[in-house]
Design a binder for this molecule. Structure first.
Ligand SMILES: [Ca+2]
Length: 105
């Protein structure tokens, strides 16, 4: 699947890294006789700006994570809610205000 090998008979799994926007997942299945079939599915990954812990909500926990990112120079594009290509205390403040319902991100 997308270059990753998934093993199994009835069920299988593989980890696929998605990028923001549309992603096509290509699956090629081969049976023990060497016969193959191919299927593709397109999925859309929507990045929720400011949701840094992945719980699909903007909370004070996300603001704390943004502040940690700003203090450590780590990188997470979801934390750049101000849109200046940097993660600073401004982003943490904006996420905190969004968690309080004062602004929308
Ligand atoms: Ca969150």
């Amino acid at each position: 699947m997308n270059g990753e090998i998934a093993n199994g008979t009835l069920d299988w799994s593989a980890t696929v890294t998605l990028t923001e926007g549309e992603n096509t997942i290509l699956v090629i299945a081969t049976d023990c006789a060497g016969l193959t079939t191919t299927a593709a599915v397109t999925v859309r990954y929507e990045l929720i700006r400011g949701d840094l812990n992945g719980d699909n909500r903007i909370t004070i926990a996300d603001a704390a994570i943004a502040l940690w990112i700003a203090a450590t120079d780590a990188h997470n594009p979801a934390a750049d809610v101000s849109g200046d290509d940097r993660v600073t205390s401004l982003d943490a403040l904006m996420i905190l205000r969004a968690a309080a319902g004062m602004i929308e991100l």
